[in-house]
Design a protein around this ligand. Structure first.
Ligand SMILES: O=P(O)(O)OC[C@H]1O[C@H](OP(=O)(O)OP(=O)(O)O)[C@H](O)[C@@H]1O
Ligand SMILES: Nc1ncnc2[nH]cnc12
Length: 172
């Protein structure tokens, strides 16, 4: 399936999770086997060839991150919300489009010098992706890029990621 048709399956839900937010829901894209493949392949096309491991952001980023990790033999490191990890290496708090949040890096996951791509479904304000990059770098990892399926340009997420190689499949 062509990428534009795959992403055409995206669903827009007004007023979720708060009034005034238009939620871009990738569920119908991920549920379609051909669309999922088109999206994951297109993400892989833009990942820097030196990349060794995927850092995938909870929770929707896990879906794409695990598919990439399996398909191209990267390892996958889950960047998790608080209270989930038995052993935490680093923790970063940040602002979201709708609230605040914290991400944690598991102990013994990223090694110094390791080349890491950060993967998520959506780049909105960029707070989550910026926190993910910070976590990787606190462990000594090198961020090769940030790859997302969808970028919400009105929220200027790229401005929170200066100097980073940011790839999105669709900007709306
Ligand atoms: O660019 P930002 O403004 O930081 O927003 C993007 C983040 O928001 C969403 O996650 P959410 O926190 O809703 O969690 P979920 O994936 O568990 O639904 C999305 O999956 C990204 O991780
Ligand atoms: N509007 C939105 N739709 C989907 N995911 C999001 N993450 C942050 N903002 C979002």
């Amino acid at each position: 399936m062509k990428l534009d048709r795959a992403l055409g399956l995206l669903r827009e839900v007004p007023d979720f999770p708060r009034p005034g937010v238009v939620f871009r829901d990738l569920t119908p894209v991920l549920a379609n086997p051909d669309a999922l493949r088109a999206v994951v392949d297109a993400l892989q096309d833009k990942i820097h060839p030196d990349t060794q491991v995927v850092a995938a952001i909870e929770s929707r980023g896990f879906l794409l991150g695990a598919a990439l990790g399996y398909g191209w033999r990267y390892g996958v490191v889950p960047l998790r919300k608080p209270g989930k990890l038995p052993a935490v290496a680093h923790r970063v708090s940040y602002d979201l489009e709708y609230g605040t949040a914290t991400l944690e890096l598991p102990a013994d996951s990223i090694t110094p010098g390791q080349q890491v791509v950060v993967v998520d479904d959506v780049l909105a304000t960029g707070g989550t992706a910026a926190a993910a990059c910070q976590l990787v770098e606190r462990a000594g990892g090198v961020v090769t890029g940030v790859s997302v399926a969808l970028e919400l340009t009105a929220l200027a997420g790229r401005d929170r990621l200066p100097g980073r190689s940011v790839h999105s499949l669709l900007a709306v």
